[in-house]
Design a protein. Sequence first.
Length: 199
Amino acid sequence: MARTADPTIRDASRADLLSVVRIERTVFSDPWPYDAFERLLDAPAFLVAELNAEATPTTERGSGSGSERGSTSRPATDAEPDAPLDEPPSIDAGPPIAGYVVADVTPNFGRDIGHIKDIAVHPDVQGRGIGRQLLRAALARLRFRGASVVKLEVREGNDRARSLYGDQGFAPLRRVSRYYADGEDAIVMVLDLEDWTPP
């Protein structure tokens, strides 16, 4: 696929959810269900990267998996709805989506903490800086919403994601043993937003 103009980073809408879920299923071996994303539509930073028509990914739904192909900070131990993975047939897919990020803000003894919960880019358009754009946009949104620190969890073996986060100023804080469903450890990384400026 030829390189195209940068995608538009914007708030996710209900019309984007099918595309988001399809990317989730393609990238992750233990994907979140549709209902999980639906419940997070009002999160402070649920953002999508919308492509122009020429850059639409061609991979079909369900054609491949593997959480190591895309960067993930998605915790396996977060409370997730028990809803099935089935998509509601009454909702049509929206515009072509290259990737997404989901982040929220939680009060913590007077210091609000941002949490990057999920980030993924469609395999067909990985390596073009879309994940970096999504992450930067989410960090800017979290700071605007009052977060002074941001945390995330990343697979210990996901060097690509750890490099992306490190480039943005995240530093490893601690290891959580067997954090993910397959038993892999997570590295908790943190960023002080008060001093953060996009590199």
